[in-house]
Design a protein around this ligand. Sequence first.
Ligand SMILES: Cc1ncc(COP(=O)(O)O)c(C=O)c1O
Length: 371
Amino acid sequence: MEVPFFSTLRQHQAISEKLEVAFAGFLQKGIFILGDDVSLFEAAFARFHQMPYCTSVANGMDAIFIALKSLNIGKGDEVLVPSHTCFATWLSVSRTGATPVPVEVNPFDFTMDVSRLEAAGTSRTKAIVPVHLYGHPCAMPTMMAIAKKRNWSVVEDNAQSHGATCHQKLTGSWGDLSATSFYPTKNLGAWGDGGAILSRSDSDYQFHQAFRNYGSVQKDIHLMQGVNSRLDELQAAILQIKLPYLSQWNNRRVANANLYHQQLKGVGDLILPSLGNENFHPVFHLYVVQTAYRDHLKEFLGKQGIGTAIHYPTPIHLQAAYRDLGYAEGSLPIAERLSKTVLSLPVWPELEPREVESVCEAIRTFFDRHL
Ligand SMILES: Cc1ncc(COP(=O)(O)O)c(C=O)c1O
């Protein structure tokens, strides 16, 4: 049975009537940038997280960058980031002029290992960017306690964990600020690029609102040298329609993860991702297994029409773009091992149990033949 790695087809069929009403409204109103839909979505997204303020922006990388800018982070500063994450996490730090300083992740839930945080800090450290990777919430109570003690700001990168909770509190609502992406594959995905910053203080919010729009909230008055990073009205309208479904879609992802867990436990050399516990509720943006046979397994599944992906095949510290940071191979062994062993299986909400079962069946066949 063919199983695509990701598809929005079934999701959009399920909400097509609402989408059509929104599109028809667009034909009438003809407002495309910074209109009511942007404001309404910002209010809804803030309310969902019980955070006072939300500013939507053009993408997740800009969201992290603008959040860091509002904390006045720049040249000469250091920001702690996970060793294993999306390239954009590090890049948004570098774009401020600050230096990303990697902290190894915990290989069971792929989040920053809080026991390594303090040792990674220096007198130049200004902030931590914890990433709730693959849908797994970071250990936020410990992270926040360390940050408070060391006087570091916390900017959560919640691009992959819309709706996850840590100690019953949503990811994205722990830090001083949080940033997210609405890239189409995300748990809450737009039909193009999009992102948002959640904030607590009016002054941060005012900064974000201006910075994303050439430094301006009032026509022709520019308070700072900002950027053009706006979510468009069409994306905001789609996200408004989708937000009320997020919890139900996340529950489906979790059900798929549970089924994988049941069916793949003890198979081959697979290391399965954590399912969380009463204090950590992941939302499985990705279901990521680890195996020494990763490349062969990927090829085997691909030949049967089963889509998989690798998040991420090259450790960031070994990318040409970060050669100047001077990390050699072997300097971050956990990130390096993960880059060779991780494989993301299809886990999107509308997958049917029989489809997950057929992926598991194919994986069992692979290991029966290879081990
Ligand atoms: C963890 C993480 N951070 C940041 C980003 C950047 O988001 P965007 O692609 O919207 O710029 C992404 C996703 O793509 C991501 O997965």
